[in-house]
Design a protein. Structure first.
Length: 344
């Protein structure tokens, strides 16, 4: 019989963890199951782009280069195992639909999704401006009026993938991980107790050798332990991911979330240049006169190398290389430079 050697503290921690209860998932509208695949005819139609109004030549060129790079990397056989995933129900769950203006938006957490959801809510006609959208409503998926692609039939999905304007937003992969760690385990501004009361203790109990030497407090999770969990290729991380359910989307790769090599996106926005990308995307989608992207807080879209160096200062070179190996598709597909200042 095949045996997996898992430390005793891990089983104890699992037992403790199972006494907690995650908030009940809200009922979804008739979701599809299984994997969605485009037929050969649909793949040919998949390259169709709707007729767009004249665009700013400079930023249109920037977007074209991003799409060309994405297409080129998706065809790169040396990284195919990292870039290609099926268009599963999980991916379709990430894509929000605005039928009124024929727009699809794939959410990639920690890149300003809240603001883009407000934009779609306004475009759906629920509120006149983004400032009128209540913050709590944005994340109320049963009441904000934003339907997911997974709620539709295969024929309806195919039609929208082939003809709608499709976009996603990305960010430097390592800075996104830091943002996820800060937001969920250090600050937790939305008061989501399951991160510090359930997930953090599980990671600590699994990867901290001195866990049993003192009293555990919810704020004790260290970034080093978060990285240990992310780079674990063994059965322990798979068990944890299953227990964490959809909470792990905040640190999943863009490939896993949005299948960018299987879905031909019309535009790719970068968090670092969002001041220019947001108006371009609204213009390219033909809705620039109907809604404006919310104001940009100071420095929110600036890449901060000093912050990255500080967070990674306690991480071993071996773990940094393992982390890069896991997220290298995000670097390659979207043109982010290899972080040699951390790797070498």
């Amino acid at each position: 019989m095949f045996m997996v050697n898992i430390p005793k503290p891990f089983f104890v921690c699992v037992f403790v963890f199972l006494t907690f209860r995650f908030p009940k998932e809200k009922k979804k509208r008739k979701p599809n199951t299984g994997v969605y695949s485009l037929t050969s005819t649909e793949k040919k139609a998949h390259v169709f782009q709707p007729t767009l109004p004249p665009l700013d030549p400079e930023w249109h060129s920037v977007n074209e280069k991003r799409i060309e790079l994405l297409t080129s990397m998706c065809r790169n056989s040396s990284i195919n195992n990292l870039t290609h995933v099926s268009i599963s129900k999980f991916v379709l769950d990430r894509i929000f639909v605005c039928d009124k203006h024929k727009i699809l938006f794939c959410q990639t957490p920690k890149v300003g999704n809240t603001q883009w959801k407000k934009v779609l809510i306004v475009l759906n006609g629920k509120f006149p401006t983004v400032d009128d959208v209540p913050e709590k409503l944005v994340h109320d998926h049963s009441g904000n009026g934003l339907h997911r692609l997974s709620s539709l039939t295969p024929q309806e999905i195919s039609h929208r993938l082939n003809t709608y304007f499709k976009f996603l937003i990305v960010r430097d992969p390592f800075e996104r991980l830091i943002s996820a760690f800060k937001d969920k385990f250090e600050q937790n501004p939305r008061d989501e107790p399951w991160y510090n009361e359930d997930i953090a203790p599980m990671i600590i109990g699994t990867y901290r050798k001195s866990y049993w030497d003192g009293v555990l407090t919810p704020s004790e999770l260290h970034f080093e332990e978060f990285v240990h969990y992310l780079v674990d290729v063994g059965v322990r991380r798979r068990i944890l991911d299953q227990l964490f359910t959809n909470r792990i989307i905040h640190w999943m790769t863009y490939t896993e979330l949005c299948a960018p090599c299987e879905i031909q996106y019309s535009a790719v926005g970068h968090h670092e240049t969002l001041e220019k990308d947001a108006p371009y995307i609204l213009h390219a989608a033909g809705v620039e006169g109907l809604v404006s992207y919310p104001g940009f807080p100071p420095d929110i879209t600036r890449y901060n190398r000093t912050k990255v160096e500080q967070y990674f200062s306690g991480i071993s070179k071996q773990d940094i290389r393992r982390l890069f190996a896991r997220y290298q598709s995000d670097f390659h597909l979207f043109g982010y430079p290899r972080p040699d200042f951390l790797l070498n």
